[in-house]
Write a protein that binds this ligand. Structure first.
Ligand code: NOJ
Length: 555
């Protein structure tokens, strides 16, 4: 890989940070975070080492699905600011070396979107075909809804016309008819609009639902649509990328990269399979489930990438585990029924799930940053925020950023009743977990993140390298290496609760090779036969750069 490649395909070695503007920092005291608040925290994010912000929906919305119910694709929620404020955020971020990507929610709109309001007015409305309708009642056993218990089926009757409209998600989120060229045109314009305001790509919401061909509609190959968006995007901005949400088994997922046709659909996809198996590994103290996912990953062309994550704004879904495995994870990490939703997911953040054990928490994040792919963080992970168990459902993990030890966490000066959300009041309350205290404390999780990310950023083989497992016989340890032409990194992670000795042979390396401990800054001896023996404490981890004589790398 050349320097030119690493800057063109910047997202292959990025550190992506997902945040909800509403929950980040309130600059005007109305209880809702805003773009001006975010702008004042760009330096904080740059100091952590984040290179790309992913902004969750900040568009006008009635807020029935936390902004994923949009009423204007081209607008900014007035509580959050203006287009001017948005451009200032993008501009400031760029100045500090960060790109911005934004959520592209085009599977559906809010039912209050003027298009749907118009569409409902009459069957002859020019907007009627923006949505998907059927004349007959849906079959008794309607397709399962995405939100069991919160939505009944995916078709709802429009009383005025007697027809039924499709909504893959909530009833108030009618699906757009992407087979309609006018809808496609609006989507292209939306993409063009935000690119023009300076974004570097999109996190594409609910991709498989978007490509579902509505019954009776004509759409030869739905993937053509995704290819069209990608082509359009690249014409407008060569650096822009698409990070897609596709929670499917690998063999289906790979099609969304365009694996059958030159890799020209999504640039990146979240790896839901590895994420779920990683949790199973953490619970079992055994890397085998995670290894089985990593070794089952399909081969990808060099221009595309996996995005790895431990938490996102949604429930921690376990839908791709077997029933037995899911129950095992539920019992260990979410023993209380109220910590689970939709029969498939957990509404907790990572530190409480790991009983606040700093060794396990740090090991999990070290692992995240060494998995082949690009790490994606959810705001607050860098300080170890917990969920607010008193708030039900997915909102429990979407609480305000905890900046200081005040009861409201320094998020807003508004009275408590007006806050967009409330921080927890348990051991994860702002008085115990906040940015201000952790900045002062060199041993804090925040400093751990800063150090980890600074090493990650000088190790492009992590994002680009070929993944190989290293043979060794400590069963609780995963030893793997990432190899690119720039060099090689070996990562060791002990999933077990007791110390382990890791012995392996460093194959294929020249005489005089040594290992540099990137997190500890010492050199590790490599014996004559290139045999290495290392002790790892319980939940210990090491990042070892393979240092070859004369390779010219600085550490
Ligand atoms: C996936 C998003 O992550 C989720 O939060 C949202 O509810 C649905 N898509 C619908 O937009």
């Amino acid at each position: 890989m050349r320097v030119t490649d690493t800057s063109d395909l910047w997202w292959k070695s990025a550190v992506i940070y997902c945040l909800d503007v509403k929950k980040f920092l309130d600059s005007d005291g109305d209880g809702v975070g805003d773009l001006q608040g975010l702008a004042t925290r760009i330096d904080y994010l740059a100091q952590i080492g984040v290179t790309c912000l992913w902004l969750m929906p900040f568009y006008p919305s009635p807020g029935k699905d936390d902004g994923y119910d949009v009423t204007d694709f081209y607008g900014v929620d007035p509580r959050l600011g203006t287009h001017g404020d948005f451009v200032e955020v993008v501009r400031t971020a760029k100045d500090r070396g960060m790109r911005v990507i934004v959520d592209l929610v085009i599977n559906h709109t809010s039912d209050r979107h003027p298009w749907f309001v118009e569409a409902k007015r009459s069957v002859d409305s020019p907007y009627r075909d923006f949505y998907v309708w059927r004349d007959d009642p849906p079959p008794k056993n309607q397709q399962n809804t995405v939100f069991p218990g919160e939505a009944d089926g995916v078709w709802t009757k429009d009383e005025k016309s007697g027809q039924w409209y499709l909504h893959s998600f909530y009833e108030h989120q009618p699906d757009l008819n992407v087979a309609n060229p006018r809808v496609r045109d609006e989507i292209a314009k939306t993409v063009g609009f935000w690119l023009q305001l300076g974004v570097s790509g999109f996190r594409v919401d609910a991709v498989p639902f978007l490509l579902e061909v509505p019954e009776g509609a004509e759409m030869a190959n739905p993937h053509d649509f995704l290819r069209d968006i990608r082509r359009f995007l690249q014409r407008r901005s060569s650096e822009a990328m698409l990070l897609g949400e596709v929670n499917l088994p690998y063999e289906q997922q790979v099609l969304y990269f365009g694996a059958n046709d030159d890799g020209q659909e999504l640039s990146m996809q979240f790896d839901f399979v590895a994420m779920q198996r990683l949790y199973l590994s953490l619970v079992r103290g055994d890397p085998a489930p995670l290894i089985s996912a990593l070794t089952a990953r399909p081969e990808l062309p060099v221009e595309v990438q996996w995005a790895n994550f431990l938490r996102n704004p949604d429930e921690l879904t376990l839908d791709q585990l077997s029933e037995q495995e899911r129950q095992e994870v539920f019992e260990a990490l979410a023993p209380d029924e109220r910590q689970r939703v939709y029969g498939r997911g957990i509404v907790r953040r990572l530190p409480p799930m790991l009983n606040g054990d700093p060794r396990r928490i740090r090991m999990a994040y070290s692992l995240l940053f060494t998995l082949p792919g690009t790490p994606v963080l959810f705001y607050g992970e860098e300080i170890g925020m917990g969920e607010n168990a008193e708030i039900g459902g997915r909102a429990a993990v979407r609480t305000p950023m905890q900046w200081s030890g005040e009861p409201g966490g320094g998020f807003s000066g508004a009275p408590r009743r007006r806050l967009a959300s409330r921080p927890p009041s348990d051991g994860y309350a702002p008085e115990h977990v906040n940015v201000a205290d952790q900045i002062e404390d060199r041993g804090s999780l925040l400093h751990f993140f800063r150090d980890l990310i600074s090493r990650y950023r000088i190790s492009p083989e992590l994002g680009w390298g070929r993944f190989d497992l290293i043979e060794q016989d400590a069963p609780a340890v995963m030893a793997h290496s990432l190899t690119a032409d720039v060099g090689r990194m070996i990562a060791l992670h002990n999933f077990g609760d007791s110390p382990a000795t890791v012995r392996f042979r460093l194959e294929g390396e020249p005489e005089g090779v040594s290992l540099v401990d990137l997190l500890g800054a010492e050199r590790v001896d490599v014996g004559e036969q290139h045999d290495v023996s290392l002790e790892l404490p319980a939940y210990g981890f090491r990042w070892l750069r393979v240092s070859r004589p004369g390779d010219g790398r600085l550490t």
